[in-house]
Structures are given as structure tokens and as C-alpha cells.
Write a protein that binds this ligand. Structure first.
Ligand code: GTP
Ligand code: SPV
Ligand code: MN
Length: 595
């Protein structure tokens, strides 16, 4: 690995380009000791790993985990920071009430004063990456400049990083510029700023996840959603999965659930033994870019090439694929260790000895692994990675599923009557907060399309854009809402979830094929217990009834709340939302007067 002193730096470009110009400007501002252009090779990753090990920033693990390492982030830097994340557009109205906003000039000034001299004594890494298959017309490139070798290793696993991306950037004029420094990890000097009009990102003071791996939430969702609005497509917080039924028919499905609400698990689902002949393969577990095709269908790619997955809860019975996938060449962050240095988290067998902070485990001090502990691993490690993930044109969607983590109200599954109703179902998502972001956990909040923290522009415009995309689709995917997280009076999950979720997916795909039944309810079409394939599932009929119940009073209150919610976004909200809510409330009124 060659890192050159600043005065000798030379880019792999033959002639000065925008990229060289930008790298020189950043170098002058941040004053690194060396500049390193990343090529993405295994040798480079090995050299970075060795340097991190020598510095004590990475730890080796038990020999049963070849190529795996443990990283512990600063204890104050363990999750996304939504209150410190800004969208800086010329007009505040364009960022919308769903985003924190600063005028771009003020945001740049604030960030540049933080970046000034911040890389003294450090190496500046130039990380060229491509989001999406390298030959895909839907893929988009970016360059992240960072002073964190841990970020470089993550970007190499999560994106198509290195020489091939640099070649594409050399050919194209446009790329997203992401400037990142861990700074001094002072939470009072931590900001994640987005400039969608300039296709740029500045992130300072965090080395963790979505704050620091700029290709992921910052580029592939916040900046990309803005570009997608302008260019007629959608950038979404969705998994992407191929499901094949016993007759050999394959359907592609995208599903949006909020952070830590089950995307990775659904994307890698293992069919229950009582559903022989079904197979599920993963295209993506977190982000999907959706393009209307000339055939009137909606086509999807996964812009990522790896997973930054939630570790706690992952085990051989919940998700054997993920469990097996992280046995080699995986970077663990903030997990615990057993006595013999195996990675450990809540939900695994065995006993933790060292907690996520590196201290002897003491149950009194909280969980052994941080609740937002993660694994970073290449998708190539996934035993059920779908070949179609490499297709330049993507895959056509049969269904889009929205869902949230709701202990009450939202039923197991419900089908939209049409695209407009589907967009309303997506915009209505609410979910209990999780450890993926700092702040209270378990608080119900609206998270439209699971994009509350990630939509780079005004939600009203975004919902209207969803309507506009639908208008271009002669053959749109059907839209559904699911909830795996209903709880009983004792706080236990009523639905077994995980592999058993395939039963709901099977009903959905049978609906798409025109073979499964449903009844009309005021909130949408729903299966009766007989319509769901429940053979071999030990669950009592009363629980199924409860999972499929629609309480008229509770739903009327929900729609009144939604009306207030949409009103807070003003007149940019699609007029159809209000009409559909009025219709639902009228139907609910009729239902309760019949009862
Ligand atoms: P991000 O990476 O944060 O976007 O999250 P994600 O949506 O990929 O969430 P993930 O699949 O990692 O699941 C998060 C947590 O939810 C884990 O602790 C899982 O064990 C749990 N979980 C996932 N699916 C189910 C389910 O069907 N039922 C229940 N009860 N829990 C689930
Ligand atoms: C999420 O929070 O939705 C994640 C993890 O997928 S992070 O990369 O930190 O955003
Ligand atoms: Mn996510």
C-alpha cells in the first residue's frame, strides 16, 4: 500500500480533473500527513487491517472466525444521530418539515471550520465507489474522502469500491462528493450535512455506520432521493428479495421497514420445514433504487454490495443464513466476546466474558453487546445471494411491502386497493423507535415509507413523486402493509415471525397471481384465516383472529391522527390522501353502526 507525502501526491488521473481539484482543496483544508488513493484490492485491505491491528484499533478473534475482526467504536458514537443530520437546500421549504435545515453557506462555513487542519498526523483516504452494478445505467458513483481506515474497510465491503469505480468516475462527469473526518468524536462537534443541489456531503465527528459510511444513507438515500425526484425514479429504504414457489415461479419483492425492523431477516429468510419447495434469495437488505421500465413495470436494483447488519437477535434459528455468513471475513462492531474470543451478542448461546466496551461483562451494566452492534460483510458471503443482483437492468417488482414495528392496531397484513392507496399505506407507516438511532427506544413515531430519517426533500413532494411514478406504470407492483410485531397482554410477540413470515409472503404472491382470496375491510383487503397458508404452524386460532382484527374505533382515531399528520406538511401533500382518508372514516362509521 503506498501512501505518499502530501507534497508528492499524484492521482491516478493523467490530467487534472474535478476530482483532483477537489482532493487538492480538501488536502489544503485538512492538512493530512499523507494521501492514499484506494484501489479496493485485497492487499490494500490487508495492509489497512494490519495497521489497525498494530494500533490496537482492531482485535483478532478465535480461529473459527478466519478473516474476522472486532472494532469497538467510541461509546458515545454507536448509532445514527438524526438530531445532528441536516439537509441544506437553498430554500428551506424544499428540505421540508421532515428535515433539519441550514442555509448551505452557513452549513459549509460551520463544517469547514471543523475540517480545518483536522487530518494533521493522519492519512487522507480517497475512496472511489459505485452504488449499483458497475455496468448499470442505474448505478451512481461517488468519492468519499475520509481519515478513518475503519471506514475504508467498511466501504470496501459495502460498495463496489476502488479501481473500477474510479474508471467509471473518470468517464462520467458527475459523482457525489462526500467529505468525512472522525474529528475528535466530540458529540458537540458532530454534524452530518447534505447539499443535494451540489451532490455533496460533509460529515464530521462520528466514525459509525450511517453517519460515516457516506455511500449508504447519505448518498444512496438522502442525495439519491433528491436526484431520483428530478430524474423520475425512487431511492428507497427497502430490502430486495427473490421468492420462488413450489411451481418454480419467481417473483421479486421490495419491502420497506424502519431501521432494525426486520429487512435483513426477511431478505435472508429460510422457509419453514412445513413449506417445502419454496426458496428465498437475497438481492439486497437495506436500499433499493426503483425505475419505471418501458414495459410499464417497476424495476429495482440494490445499490449496495454488502451488509451492515444488526447482530443482536441473529442466531441459527432466527436467521441461519446470516449466522453462517458472518463466520469469515466479517468486521464486527460493538459486539461482546466470549472467554475464548468468539463474537457474542444477545440471542446467541454461550456466555459473554467481555462487553462491547471491552470491559469484563457485568449484567448490571446493561447488555453485553450494544443493541445496535453490527456486522459488516460482503454480499458474496451470503449463501443465498441472488445472481440477479448483478443484472445491470435490475429485476421487475411483483409487490412492494411496507411495515412497521407496532405492538397494537396494525394487522398482520393488508392489501392496497390500488397504487394511490398503496402510497397512502406507505405514508402511514408508524413504528417504535430502535437502537439504530440515538434517543429513546420503543416510542411510536410516524416513519413514512421507513424514510423519515432518509428522505432528502419535502415529504409532501416525495409522496406526490410516488404518485407521479405510479402514473407511469401500466403494470405496477401490488402494495401491502405488514406488521410482525403485534404483542399480547404479556408483552410477547403474537406472530412467530422470521421464517414463518413466508406464509404472509406466500399469500401476497398468490394474490398477485390471482389465486388467493381476500375480504374488503375499511382499511384495505385482508385474508381470512382460511386464506393464509398456516399448515404446520403451531398458533392458536384466537391469535390469528387477533392478528387480523380491525377495530373501528381505534382505526378512526388512527385516521384522524394521520389527517393531522398530513396537514402538518401543508398543501404539498397529494389531495388523494385526504379523499382516501375521508372514504376510510366513512366506511369505519358504517362498520361500527352495523356492529
Ligand atoms: P437496519 O439495518 O437498521 O435498516 O435494520 P433491518 O430492517 O435490516 O433489521 P433486522 O432484520 O436486522 O432486524 C432487526 C431486529 O429485529 C433484530 O433483532 C431481529 O432479530 C428482529 N426481527 C427481525 N425480524 C423479526 C420478526 O419477524 N419478528 C420479530 N419478533 N423480530 C424480528
Ligand atoms: C439503519 O439505521 O437503517 C441502518 C444502519 O441500516 S446505518 O448504516 O447506521 O444507517
Ligand atoms: Mn437501514
Amino acid at each position: 500500500m503506498s501512501s505518499l507525502p502530501v507534497n508528492q501526491q499524484s492521482s491516478p488521473f493523467n490530467s487534472p480533473t474535478d476530482l483532483d481539484q477537489w482532493v487538492s482543496e480538501v488536502t489544503a483544508l485538512t492538512e493530512p500527513t499523507a494521501v492514499h488513493w484506494c484501489d479496493g484490492t485485497a492487499e490494500e485491505a490487508q495492509a489497512l487491517t494490519s495497521a489497525l491491528l498494530a494500533a490496537g484499533d482492531l482485535e483478532t478473534l478465535h480461529a473459527d472466525y478466519p478473516g474476522c475482526h472486532l472494532y469497538r467504536s467510541h461509546p458515545n458514537d454507536v448509532a445514527r444521530v438524526e438530531h445532528l443530520t441536516f439537509v441544506c437546500t437553498q430554500s428551506q421549504a424544499d428540505a421540508g418539515p421532515n428535515n433539519h435545515w441550514l442555509p448551505p453557506a452557513e452549513a459549509h462555513a460551520r463544517m469547514d471550520s471543523l475540517f480545518k487542519g483536522c487530518m494533521r498526523g493522519r492519512t487522507l483516504y480517497v475512496v472511489p465507489y459505485c452504488m449499483g452494478p458497475i455496468d448499470s445505467p442505474f448505478a451512481r458513483c461517488g468519492v468519499e474522502i475520509t481519515d478513518s481506515p475503519y471506514v475504508v474497510l467498511n466501504m470496501r465491503l459495502m460498495t463496489r469500491m476502488g479501481a473500477a469505480a474510479l474508471n467509471r468516475i473518470r468517464r462520467e462527469s458527475k459523482f457525489v462528493r462526500g467529505l468525512h473526518s472522525t474529528g475528535d468524536l466530540d458529540p458537540d462537534r458532530r454534524f452530518i450535512m447534505h447539499f443535494p443541489e451540489e451532490l455533496s456531503i460533509k460529515s464530521f465527528g462520528s466514525g459509525y455506520g450511517g453517519n460515516a459510511l457516506l455511500g449508504k444513507k447519505c448518498h444512496a438515500l438522502r442525495i439519491a432521493s433528491w436526484q431520483a425526484r428530478d430524474e423520475g425514479w425512487l431511492a428507497e429504504h427497502m430490502l430486495l428479495v427473490a421468492i420462488t414457489n413450489p411451481a418454480g415461479e419467481t417473483h421479486y419483492v421490495a419491502a420497506a421497514f424502519p431501521s432494525a425492523c426486520g429487512k435483513t431477516n426477511l431478505a435472508m429468510l429460510i422457509p419453514p420445514a412445513s413449506m417445502p419447495g419454496w426458496t428465498v434469495r437475497t438481492l439486497g437488505d437495506d436500499i433499493a433504487w426503483l425505475h419505471p421500465g418501458t414495459d410499464g413495470r417497476l424495476w429495482a436494483i440494490n445499490p449496495e454490495a454488502g451488509y451492515f447488519g444488526v447482530a443482536p437477535g441473529t442466531n441459527a434459528s432466527s436467521n441461519r443464513n446470516a449466522h453462517d455468513m458472518v463466520r469469515s471475513d466479517t468486521l464486527f462492531t460493538n459486539v461482546a466476546l466470549t472467554e475464548d474470543r468468539k463474537p457474542w451478542w444477545e440471542g446467541l448461546e454461550g456466555t459473554p466474558a467481555i462487553d462491547w466496551r471491552g470491559q469484563p461483562y457485568d449484567a448490571e451494566k446493561g447488555p453485553a453487546a450494544h443493541p445496535n452492534a453490527r456486522f459488516t460483510v460482503s454480499a458474496l458471503n451470503n449463501p443465498v445471494y441472488a445472481n440477479e443482483a448483478h443484472q445491470a437492468g435490475g429485476v421487475p417488482l411483483s409487490a412492494i411491502i411496507f411495515g412497521g414495528r407496532r405492538r397494537s392496531l396494525a394487522p398482520l397484513v393488508c392489501e392496497a386497493a390500488d397504487w394511490t392507496h398503496g402510497v397512502l399505506l406507505g405514508a402511514s407507516v408508524a413504528s417504535e423507535t430502535t437502537a439504530a438511532a440515538t434517543g429513546a427506544v420503543g416510542v411510536l413515531r410516524r416513519d413514512p415509507m421507513a424514510m423519515k430519517p432518509f428522505c432528502g426533500y419535502h415529504f409532501g413532494d416525495y409522496w406526490q413523486h410516488w404518485m407521479n411514478v405510479g402514473a407511469k406504470l401500466a403494470n405496477p407492483p401490488r402494495v401491502y402493509h405488514v406488521n410482525w410485531f403485534r404483542r399480547d397482554a404479556n408483552g410477547r410477540f403474537i406472530w412467530p415471525g422470521f421464517g414463518e413470515n413466508l406464509r404472509v409472503l406466500a399469500w401476497i404472491l398468490e394474490r398477485v397471481a390471482g389465486r388467493a382470496g381476500a375480504i374488503e375491510t375499511p382499511i384495505g383487503r385482508m385474508p381470512t384465516p382460511d386464506d393464509l397458508p398456516l399448515e404446520g404452524l403451531p398458533i392458536d386460532p384466537a391469535s390469528i383472529e387477533e392478528l387480523l382484527a380491525v377495530d373501528a374505533d381505534d382505526w378512526r382515531a388512527e385516521f384522524e391522527d394521520l389527517r393531522r399528520e398530513f396537514n402538518s406538511y401543508g398543501d404539498r401533500v397529494p389531495a388523494e390522501f385526504h379523499a382516501r382518508i375521508d372514504m376510510a372514516i366513512t366506511r369505519l362509521g358504517a362498520q361500527s353502526s352495523q356492529a
